[in-house]
Each structure stands twice: as structure tokens, then as C-alpha cells.
Design a protein around this ligand. Structure first.
Ligand SMILES: Cc1cc2nc3c(=O)[nH]c(=O)nc-3n(C[C@H](O)[C@H](O)[C@H](O)COP(=O)(O)OP(=O)(O)OC[C@H]3O[C@@H](n4cnc5c(N)ncnc54)[C@H](O)[C@@H]3O)c2cc1C
Ligand code: SF4
Length: 483
């Protein structure tokens, strides 16, 4: 274990951030890493619990106490080996994971969890700097060919595992760059995109082929992939955004969050967005509808673009400032979360519902809202009621709809293949048993948000890895791949 008395001796320290007034002037990452000596002490705080709840809380089951101990002892190269044993891309999760492991950490009972995410990020960053991360091409080729649709974290993790198992893997992506939401959803100030580029280089050296601008089911028939490949993996994400079909929805200036965020990531990548298509918050009163991660990313981007004001609306009640540990630990708690983007400037409303959009000359000028109350009905279900005479209006000349995603896009790929869907409209496929990750169509597998619905990067990595194991077993009759 770290140091038996470490958690008693060393206070918790975590990474800091550049000051708000400085960081909103650019789109780069602004986290300030801890120095090596401090990282070692933070690793020493780990108690190597008999039941490491962090390990269960982590969707990829990272061997957290092992690498905490290795960092405390300064054995960084072994630490990256242990970390890569369960996670292909700790450089992504070390930056953008909400870190359910830390909520589950035993020391979180005292609100002082081990700084697991910071240690993870430091291990992988150091490993890149030292040149310890190299391509791992397979010793033998299997002669089997696998097509993967979608290059988000699920598709990438699946492709890397299958290539290392010796299969010839091709990833098809409809966008012009690889990475899925890592590339065109998550802003650069949360994760700069060169982290993806160097992983792509590594994977190409391991034998993965990437084909961009290829929209399977639209400009390349999915059936052709079934003819040319031994197995097909669907990792196309959950891309159908939830709409808000109230009066005035057709007005100019109301956009889905992803259309706004994708444009900004393109600008940062050096692309030019034609003026007539540009969605910009500059000088505008921005209203973001939806209180989750996507909404938070819209706030950070709007402030960097120079918005006149930013307001975020959430239909659910304001969560408690602090969770009830007795009820929730070690599970994910419902508590008020204030992101770095919130800290950069934004007014937040909870328990409000949008009645209609108001406009002039075809463009949105305001949002009419009503306050709502949430009560349990006789069956114990939460129901929403409008509070009489509580209506009010907010000025708005840019509205961003960030209310999540209902399911994957059905038109094109999924309809052409005719795969069965579950009751939520996601691709049906179990995660366990002999049919793990298999869809209703022979030789077709599914992983990530396309199978589980909108989720997290770390879950996409887990599904990509497990799906690769299932595909390998299907192709070879046995598998050597880890989970
Ligand atoms: C704005 C935003 C911010 C987020 N922030 C975080 C965060 O901070 N931390 C976190 O853990 N999670 C975050 N998430 C969630 C996370 O990004 C997703 O859960 C994760 O990326 C899902 O991975 P995936 O590989 O399943 O799908 P995606 O990342 O969605 O990738 C799917 C890819 O498939 C491609 N594709 C789809 N259909 C086709 C087709 N027919 N042919 C070819 N290509 C196709 C798409 O273009 C896309 O590139 C965020 C999500 C959003 C929208
Ligand atoms: S739960 Fe926390 S203290 Fe216990 S092993 Fe995991 S990281 Fe270490």
C-alpha cells in the first residue's frame, strides 16, 4: 500500500486552475499539474483498502490502489503498465472523466478522497514524455477483417484491442476527423485535440486503418461492409438530440448545442466556418437550456466568444450542496456540481420550464418561462407541476438546446441493417453471456453510446474493450484479450 499512515499525515491537494480572467481568453487546457513530490504524497494517502471501492466505482475497473502505490514509490513506468492494463486512453479520462472512483473512495466518507484522476493523468503524461508509450503491433496476424463504424472512444478502444489481437481493423467515420465527441463535442479547453492525434498515430502503427468522410448507410452501404469484413461493430454514438417543440422553436438563433460546439472545435482546429452558417455568442444574451455536461460546455464556449450574458436553465430542482453519504456512498451522489465553466460566469436557474420562444423579425429575442414544482404521485413517481402565476421572461438572442440525446440516429445505418432496438431506441445487445455485445444480426456487434444510450467516455472505453473481446472470441473461438 502507499504509506500506512499517509492519509493521516498528508493533506489532500489537487490540481489547480489558471485564473478565470486569464483562461477565458483562450481555448487551451488550463489545469495546473502538481509537482512530482506532491503527486507521490497524494499517492501515499491511499489506504489500499481491503475492499477497494474505487476499483468498483471505476467503469473500467482501474487497479487504482496498485498505481497509487507505484507512484508513491516513484515507479512510474510500472504504473503506466498497470494503468494501460485496464484503460486504453487514460490521457482522455485523466482529463475529462467525472471520476466516479473518487466518489467511491473510502476517504470520501470524510470528503477527502485520494486525488485519483490527477494521479492517473500524471502517470500517462509522464509516460508520453519519457517515450514509454509505443505502438504494440501484434506478433501474428489472424487474417480476419473487422469494420468499425464510429471513431469515438468506444470505436477507438475496440479497434486498438482488436488490432493488438492480430485482426485487420478499419474504422469508418462520417466526419472529416477521427475522435467522435472527443473531437467535435468536448471543447479544447477541457481536452486539447493533439491527445487524440498521437493515439491515432499509435494505432496506425499497430495496423488500424482510418477512413474519414465515410457515412456508412448513406454514402457507403452497410451491407457492403458485411460482404467485405468478417465482423462489423456499430459504435456510432447516440446522436439524436432531444428537441423542445414549443411555440417559436422555428425562430432564428435557436440551435442544438452540438451545432454550436462542433463549429467552435473546428475553428480551433483551423477550419473556416462560412459567415452565413456561423453560430456565435459574441455580444449576445445566451440562454442554455439543459443543466448537464453539454450545457456546461456551451457556457465555457459562450464566455470565450465574448457573450453579453450567459444563463443556464434546468427543469429539475436544485440538488443539495452536499450529498447524504449514509444513503449514497459509494455510489454516484446527487449533489450540486459547479464546473469550471460555471465558475467562469453564468446565472443558473433550477425548476423552470420553457413555455415558448419570443421573437421579432424571425429571430429569437426572449424565452418565456414558468417555475415548476416536483412532487411524488400516489405510485411514488416524480411529477412536475407548474406553479400558478410564476411566469417570467428572459432576454435571449442565442438559445442553445442542451437537453441530451434521445437515442442513436435510426435513419441510414441502423435502418439499412434492420438491427433490433431496445425500448429506448438504442441498439439491442446484452453485455454478458454468450451473446455479449451481439446485435440481432449475425456478425454485427454494438458498443458505446449507440448501445447503452448517452453516457460517459469511460463507459465507452469499457464497452469498446469488452466488445473487442466478444468479437475476438467469435472470430477465433477463444480470446486472450482482457476485459
Ligand atoms: C458536449 C458533450 C460533452 C461531453 N463531455 C463529457 C465529459 O466531459 N466527460 C465524459 O466522460 N463524457 C462526456 N460526454 C459524453 C461522451 O462524450 C460520450 O459518452 C462518448 O463520447 C461516447 O462515445 P462513443 O464512442 O460511443 O460515441 P461518439 O463519441 O458519439 O462517437 C461516435 C462516432 O460515430 C460517428 N458515426 C455515427 N454514425 C456514423 C455512420 N453511420 N457512419 C460513420 N460514422 C458514424 C460519429 O460521427 C462519431 O464520430 C460529453 C458529451 C457531449 C455531447
Ligand atoms: S478506496 Fe481510496 S483509499 Fe481505498 S484503495 Fe481506493 S483509492 Fe485507495
Amino acid at each position: 500500500m502507499g504509506k500506512p499512515t499517509g492519509f493521516l499525515e498528508y493533506p489532500r491537494h489537487d490540481r489547480g486552475y489558471a485564473p478565470v480572467e486569464e483562461r477565458i481568453k483562450h481555448y487551451r487546457e488550463f489545469v495546473i499539474p502538481l509537482p512530482e513530490e506532491e503527486l507521490r504524497l497524494q499517492g501515499a494517502r491511499c489506504m489500499d483498502c481491503g475492499i477497494p471501492f474505487c476499483h468498483g466505482g471505476c467503469p473500467v475497473n482501474n487497479l487504482i490502489p496498485d498505481w497509487n502505490d507505484l507512484v508513491w514509490k516513484g515507479r512510474w513506468e510500472e504504473a503506466i503498465e498497470r494503468l494501460h492494463g485496464t484503460n486504453n486512453f487514460p490521457d482522455f479520462t485523466g482529463r475529462i472523466c467525472p471520476a466516479p472512483c473518487q466518489e467511491a473512495c473510502t476517504l470520501n466518507l470524510e470528503d477527502e478522497p485520494v486525488t485519483i484522476k490527477t494521479i492517473e493523468c500524471a502517470i500517462v503524461d509522464r509516460a508520453w514524455e519519457e517515450g514509454w508509450i509505443r505502438p504494440q503491433p501484434p506478433a501474428r496476424r489472424s487474417g480476419k477483417r473487422v469494420a468499425i463504424v464510429g471513431s469515438g472512444p468506444a470505436g477507438l478502444a475496440c479497434a486498438q484491442q482488436l488490432a493488438r489481437a492480430g485482426h485487420e481493423v478499419t474504422v469508418f467515420e462520417k466526419q472529416d476527423r477521427i475522435g467522435g465527441l472527443l473531437r467535435y463535442g468536448i471543447p479544447d479547453f477541457k481536452m486539447e485535440k493533439w491527445h487524440i492525434d498521437r493515439r491515432i498515430e499509435q494505432m496506425e502503427a499497430e495496423g488500424v486503418t482510418f477512413r474519414t468522410n465515410t457515412h456508412v448507410g448513406v454514402n457507403l452501404p452497410a451491407r457492403q461492409l458485411l460482404d467485405e469484413f468478417d465482423a462489423l461493430v456499430l459504435a456510432g454514438g447516440s446522436e439524436q438530440p432531444r428537441d423542445l417543440p414549443v411555440e417559436g422553436r422555428e425562430l432564428d438563433g435557436i440551435h442544438f448545442a452540438m451545432d454550436f460546439l462542433r463549429q467552435q472545435n473546428r475553428r480551433v482546429a483551423g477550419d473556416t466556418i462560412p459567415e452565413e452558417e456561423a453560430i456565435l455568442a459574441t455580444g449576445r444574451h445566451v440562454v442554455v437550456i439543459g443543466g448537464g455536461d453539454t450545457g456546461s460546455d456551451c457556457i465555457g464556449t459562450s464566455n470565450r466568444q465574448g457573450a453579453a450574458s450567459v444563463t443556464q436553465l434546468e427543469i429539475l430542482p436544485k440538488p443539495p450542496e452536499k450529498e447524504d453519504k449514509d444513503l449514497t456512498w459509494p455510489d454516484w451522489p446527487n449533489k450540486l456540481r459547479t464546473s469550471t465553466s460555471h465558475e467562469e460566469g453564468c446565472t443558473r436557474y433550477w425548476s423552470v420550464s420553457t413555455k415558448r420562444f419570443i421573437g421579432e423579425n424571425g429571430r429569437v429575442t426572449g424565452v418565456e418561462l414558468v417555475k415548476v414544482d416536483w412532487k411524488k404521485d400516489e405510485n411514488g413517481r416524480w411529477v412536475m407541476e407548474e406553479i400558478p402565476d410564476s411566469g417570467f421572461t428572459l432576454k435571449a438572442d442565442l438559445v442553445l438546446l442542451a437537453m441530451g440525446f434521445v437515442h442513436p440516429v435510426h435513419e441510414g445505418l441502423l435502418e439499412e441493417l434492420g438491427v433490433a432496438l431496445d425500448e429506448r431506441g438504442n441498439v439491442r445487445g446484452p453485455t454478458e453471456g454468450p451473446n455479449a455485445y451481439r446485435t440481432s444480426i449475425d456478425r454485427v456487434f454494438a458498443a458505446g453510446d449507440m448501445r447503452r444510450g448517452q453516457s460517459l467516455v469511460v463507459w465507452a472505453i469499457r464497452e469498446g474493450r469488452q466488445c473487442a473481446k466478444a468479437v475476438d472470441e467469435y472470430l477465433m473461438g477463444e480470446t486472450v484479450l482482457p476485459c
